[in-house]
Design a protein around this ligand. Structure first.
Ligand code: ATP
Ligand code: MG
Length: 344
């Protein structure tokens, strides 16, 4: 049975409503005048109030995928497929068909975003209070007093106690943890229903990481937020996400419920990621899989992972299956999955 089939996914997440669907998403970037594929026919569903993790090695396409949802791709990018955003009033927006002007009402307002480095996403010459104020929804921005009151409320919600001082500080005057909290306040100021957090804690130490993730989780419950959480760290993915996409070289190689994938991965790449994480924790061994991700301008035929895969054979060198239903109920793109497949 092929995945991408809504019925299967509905069974997996039957208590939630769909908020976003991605179908056949394909992205090519313009590298020195040549179009190269960075995202290859990606399908996934996002369910209201859930947290979707995206994991994969550096360069696998996680950020480009997130940027495509917001239409902030590098100049010259070619995008095809369908990204439907389901609004509470029943309207469906196909984000890829919106004009730049129409995207302004989506970006920050329906889909908020939070990046790895708040220092690069925030304007260095504007005070933090002003930056959050500028991100407010229109009705709050129209009345300065009410707007500033909302900024203070947002600072409180994200766990910043010295609100006046922070509002009057420039980004460089705050610590990394405080700044990321300001960035969360700015990301929520537009009252989005989806928040994309692309490696939001990678620049922070372990205890700050946990505190920021706890704050995000509390805000998620309070506002019924849907989260997309990109991370290299499988511990974070395992503790903070419900569902998971595993990406390799621009493709989804495995997806499903996080806990099931972590306990019983179906794709050799997911298994390799988990093993390197465990051997790093237990034995201090290097945290990387032997070999390297293929260069985007020189991808191998067949399964992209085959040159590094322990289970590879002649078939994998020339061909790769569509996503198949794995034993954990999600999907995997492998002829020799580590859990048995579910037959139609
Ligand atoms: N602006 C750009 N111009 C050219 N190539 C790019 C650009 N941005 C990303 N790429 C390429 O697209 C591929 C996917 O990049 P992406 O940033 O999405 O990876 P990632 O999974 O987010 O990696 P990381 O974990 O390091 O953040 C990479 O090969 C990268 O080099
Ligand atoms: Mg990235």
């Amino acid at each position: 049975m092929k995945m991408g089939d809504k019925e299967i996914n509905r069974k997996l997440f039957e208590n939630h409503d769909l908020i976003l669907t991605v179908r056949n998403l394909d992205i090519k970037l313009n590298l020195n005048g040549e179009l190269v594929s960075v995202i290859d026919k990606i399908d996934f569903d996002l369910w209201t109030g859930s947290t979707l993790g995206i994991v994969g090695e550096s360069g696998s396409g996680k950020s480009i995928l997130c940027k495509a949802l917001l239409q902030i791709l590098p100049l010259g990018a070619k995008v095809s497929g369908k990204v439907n955003l389901y609004l509470p009033d029943g309207e469906i927006l196909n984000l890829l068909s919106l004009k730049p002007q129409e995207m302004i009402s989506v970006r920050g307002k329906k889909i908020g975003f939070l990046f790895q480095e708040p220092t690069t996403s925030m304007n260095p010459v504007l005070k933090c209070g002003k930056q959050v104020f500028d991100s407010l929804v229109d009705r709050l921005r129209r009345n300065k007093n009410i707007g500033m009151q909302r900024v203070t409320e947002l600072f409180e919600l994200v766990g910043l106690s010295d609100k006046e001082k922070i509002a009057n500080s420039y980004p460089h005057e705050l610590s990394g943890g405080m700044l990321q909290r300001v960035a969360i306040a700015a990301a929520l100021a537009g009252e989005p229903s989806i928040l994309i957090a692309d490696e939001p804690t990678t620049a922070l130490d372990a205890s700050l990481q946990r505190k920021i993730l706890q704050t995000l989780s509390q805000l998620q419950k309070k506002f019924d937020l849907t989260l997309i959480l990109v991370s290299h760290d499988l511990n974070i993915i395992s503790n903070w996400t419900n569902n998971l996409l595993v990406m390799y070289s621009g493709r989804i190689v495995e997806y499903g419920q996080t806990a099931k994938i972590i306990s019983s991965p179906a794709h050799p790449y997911t298994q390799a990621l988990l093993e390197t994480e465990r051997s790093f924790e237990q034995k201090g061994l290097p945290k990387s899989i032997p070999g390297a991700l293929p260069a985007i301008s020189n991808k191998p035929s067949g399964c992209q992972f085959h040159p590094r895969c322990y289970y590879t054979d002649a078939l994998c060198q020339v061909d790769e299956p569509d996503i198949l239903v794995a034993g954990h109920g999600g999907g995997t793109r492998c002829y020799y999955p580590l859990t048995k497949l579910i037959e139609n």
